[in-house]
Design a binder for this molecule. Structure first.
Ligand SMILES: Cc1cc2nc3c(=O)[nH]c(=O)nc-3n(C[C@H](O)[C@H](O)[C@H](O)COP(=O)(O)O)c2cc1C
Length: 166
């Protein structure tokens, strides 16, 4: 069972949580959703709101679900489920049923979809998106991330709910 806490009560180092432990980005409805592993993103303050932002390349199947839905979620597993997250980060929902492959089946939670196995689920309301524009790259090394010119779309979501496993 998960309980709701305020974002200011969230324990742990967010950079470790996303960069080392990875997260599952999920968008859609119970009938039609997709998830993918992410290790880039952030939590912060913007426009007077608590926000979380993620970066999605346009070729991801998840991109379509991010576009069509007003909410999305980010689920954290605190270092567990790495094998499952590797599957969700290397296979596409266009080709395989990731829930069936991994046992990570999304459930409605706080207005979005999360996972019973997750330690923390952030429920996010889409506030804005912006495509990364290489014209703004100041350090040339950034371009190395875009050999295919597949510039990320940044989604900024307002943190509506923080659900943690009790
Ligand atoms: C550790 C890890 C982190 C990743 N982070 C991102 C990310 O932040 N943004 C992104 O667009 N793709 C990222 N990916 C790649 C997607 O998860 C991967 O392409 C996935 O298969 C897309 O699935 P989909 O086509 O079902 O959306 C990451 C993959 C891994 C393994």
């Amino acid at each position: 069972m998960k309980k709701e806490i305020s974002i200011k009560e969230l324990k742990g180092n967010f950079i470790k949580m996303i960069s080392d432990d990875w997260a599952l980005l999920t968008a859609g409805s119970e009938d039609s959703y997709n998830m993918m592993t992410v290790s880039w993103g952030g939590i912060g303050e913007l426009w007077g709101k608590d926000v979380c932002f993620v970066f999605v390349r346009p070729q991801r199947y998840t991109y379509n679900f991010m576009e069509k839905n007003s909410r999305f979620s980010l689920s954290f597993f605190d270092g567990g489920y790495k094998k499952e997250l590797a599957v969700c980060g290397s296979q596409s929902g266009r080709d395989v049923d990731k829930a069936a492959l991994t046992g990570l089946e999304a459930q409605p939670m706080g207005g979005a979809l999360g996972y019973n196995q997750a330690k923390t689920v952030l429920v996010l309301k889409k506030l804005a998106y912006q495509d990364i524009d290489p014209k703004g790259f100041v350090d040339d090394s950034v371009m190395e991330n875009y050999k295919a010119a597949d510039f990320h779309r940044v989604y900024i979501g307002e943190i509506e709910k923080v659900l943690v496993e009790e």
